[in-house]
Design a protein around this ligand. Sequence first.
Ligand code: ZN
Length: 354
Amino acid sequence: MRPEPALLRAPLPERPEIHQIVLPTPWDVGPVQVYLIEQEPLTLVDTGVRTPESRAALAGALDALGYGLEDVRRVLLTHFHGDHLGQAATLRRAAPGLEVWCHEDDADMCETFSAARDENIEGTDRLFRDFGVPAELRARQRALREGFAKQDPLCDPSPIDRRLRDGETVPFKDFSLQVIHAPGHTAGHCLYHEPGSGALLTGDHLMGNAVPYTDNYLVDAPPDPADPLRRPARFRGLPLYLEGLRALRRQRFRMLLPAHGGVMERPARAIDDALLFYEVRIQRTRRALRGRAAARGWASAWELWEELFPKADPVTQMRTRMYMVIGALDLLEQQGLVETRWAADGSLEHRPRA
Ligand SMILES: [Zn+2]
């Protein structure tokens, strides 16, 4: 039996060429929403995971609109994660000549994607060591990640035909989309804006059912010479993410079309909610640090994690929450509210600035 096409036609009447297609994933994130832009060239924004179910759902929705997989001419990616990039290579094979476009900062990940690269076991281990995660827990974290790295990531790498930058235009016959670089969830996450209708395709930057985690990873570059601690160079997702949200808040949009959680008809409210979500967590981190510092002087990010998430599993629920704590410390440090030093054991520790 053919699966029901999960298709929401023209959610925004002002721009009826944009359709939402809901594709299943076997992951906790739930289904992913991709968008068909029914204009020349026929374009898909994000692609879903590479599973038979996802492919059938995509084919079914395209069929309901009068197209086949082979008719798609261009794929625009919001970022490199598997539920977005997953079927880009499948589409390329179905439609020779199809182009895949993505922000330049996520393009290498798209081209070299693999489960092992996605898990980044060594880099993540080094990051957690720097932020005070005990060796025994890091070993368990490694074992978990090694298991994930052996599983099928449901995503194939794809060549990127065009590397986009902030402010660029993605042309169609009758209108164009503007690229808004919005790093945080990934370094090259981008949004696509159609100014005429006020439609904003938000990927995972703003979602209807969650707020994204923001990434943190060591980058292959020398430490910042301005950093007296000479810490390894690192992507700091949370400050960038919040900066991006504030910039969006200064614009007017009519509707947000996210990759998860329906459509959002109150853009300003959605942005405020995401800002508040992190503001609450940053303040909690600050309070936990004050409490720790009053008792002991300095605290590691890991000690704050334990205090903030007493019920979370320290292996399976560790990573993204740790990114939150690290991100909050990055932000507080940027604001001059926290100071950091290397402890005797070679990890970083923090205290509120007096
Ligand atoms: Zn994502």
